[in-house]
Design a protein. Structure first.
Length: 436
């Protein structure tokens, strides 16, 4: 059975979790391949919201393994708290597995993340983070001084690395960033050894586990955090994340070869949203933006609003190329209900010329003006339970997206809850996936 990658194709918040949850009803494992507890994945079941950060949302299904891959950044305290909360909500979390190659978020990462944000705020780049310590954790990974999950299983090795890193990081905190609060090595060792005792049963070579599952015909979904336009190589750099949410990063972050991911499903919203700063060609403002924001619930858990705009076929087509997408799952069409006219961006106008791709430079992209095509609105669709029941204008919008991007829409989300997710086409590689 093929491995299927579920990939965000815009700037995140496309509704990946609800699609993963839907597909996981026919899966044996869901693996998170990047990011950490900075990710926020929400699933609605029977009108109740369940939030996932580090744990793959596939564990909602009791027979599905939830694998935290080696590309993830693991904060042990936050992970254990999330597992405890999910357990209290009635979920079986003993089927979570953690890669021993994943990197650990340490207390000094949290301190540094906050200080780095203060330095960056107001600068030209302003690549601020959510202050979860994820950025400094991945920085240490690339610098080859990171501390990994496997180190938790070797107390003497772990203690030595913590003392070395804490001494170095405290110098950075005080002498470079002018911070006052410092990390305490001995307290860190004590706390993390307690975490290690609780986490040990879940730690394993998840790459080997996944390879064995795939070789025996098991069904695996690869779930990334964030989205293509936030990829550090392919996104609007420097307004990007620090791990790789595109398909290549999913192979690296799970420990399997690219051969294991046979199909890729991109998740798109019927409009576009973006949290934080960075170029956003189709952004809209004023009353129309607020209406769309409220209908789409475009708010962060902190309450901060997301920027919103029209569907950008240039960015989504670019994401389709970067990821080699086989199909789309389209979400939040209902947020556009009752609008007389809807805009689709079909190109960017730059220096008097029309371009059809995403510029590498964020500064250049910020100068791009959207070229719009106007399509008619379609009214209320929440009561539809099949593609055939959709108004003709809604079908036209979907077909136009397919024409502009060259990728078919295979799954359609028409509202909250699993019963509001429908298939638009029958394809073999999705035939056994899905929740009744």
């Amino acid at each position: 059975m093929p491995g299927i990658a579920v990939i965000g194709t815009q700037w995140g918040d496309e509704g990946k979790a609800k699609i993963v949850d839907f597909l996981a009803g026919g899966a044996d494992a869901v693996v998170r391949t990047s990011g950490g507890n900075n990710a926020g994945h929400t699933v609605v079941i029977n009108d109740k919201r369940y939030r996932f950060s580090s744990v793959p949302c596939g564990i909602i299904h009791p027979n599905v393994l939830g694998i935290i891959g080696n590309g993830s950044a693991v904060n042990p305290a936050e992970l254990l708290a999330e597992m405890d909360r999910l357990r209290a909500e009635g979920f079986y979390v003993d089927n979570v597995r953690i890669s021993w190659r994943a990197h650990l978020v340490m207390p000094y990462h949290l301190i540094l993340d906050s200080l780095m944000n203060e330095v960056h705020e107001g600068g030209d780049g302003d690549p601020a983070s959510a202050r979860y310590g994820i950025r400094p954790c991945y920085m240490d990974k690339i610098e080859r001084i990171g501390i990994r999950v496997c180190d938790l299983l070797q107390p003497e090795v772990f203690a030595r690395k913590v003392r070395r890193n804490t001494q170095m990081k405290n110098r950075l905190i005080t002498r470079v960033y002018g911070g006052v609060k410092q990390a305490d090595a001995e307290q860190t060792i004590k706390e993390y050894m307690e975490y290690a005792e609780r986490l040990a049963p879940y730690i394993t070579d998840t790459g080997e586990l996944l390879e064995d599952m795939l070789d025996s015909g098991k069904r695996v979904i690869f779930e990334g955090a964030q989205a293509t336009m936030l990829d550090p190589d392919y996104g609007t750099y420097p307004f990007v994340t620090t791990s790789y949410p595109t398909i290549g990063g999913m192979a690296i972050g799970s420990g399997v070869g690219l051969h294991a991911i046979e199909h890729s499903l991109g998740v798109i919203k019927a409009y576009t949203s973006r949290a934080g700063k960075g170029p956003f060609p189709t952004e809209i403002f004023g009353e129309g933006a607020q209406t769309l924001r409220d209908r789409g619930n475009e708010y962060e858990p902190s309450g901060q609003f997301r920027r919103v705009g029209w569907f950008d076929a240039v960015a989504v087509g670019y994401a389709a190329r970067v990821n080699g997408l086989d199909g789309f799952a389209l979400t939040k069409m209902n947020a556009l209900r009752d609008m007389r006219e809807i805009q689709i961006c079909t190109g960017y106008k730059l220096n008097g010329e029309i371009i059809k791709t995403v510029p590498a430079s964020a500064e250049v992209m910020a100068q791009c003006e959207p070229v719009y095509e106007t399509v008619p609105g379609w009214g209320q669709i929440n009561g539809c339970s099949s593609f055939e029941e959709l108004p003709d204008r809604a079908k036209y919008f979907i077909r136009r997206i397919e024409e502009l991007t060259g990728v078919p829409v295979l799954i359609l989300e028409l509202g909250l809850g699993r019963n509001k997710i429908i298939r638009t086409r029958d394809v073999s590689w999705l035939a056994d996936m899905g929740t009744d």
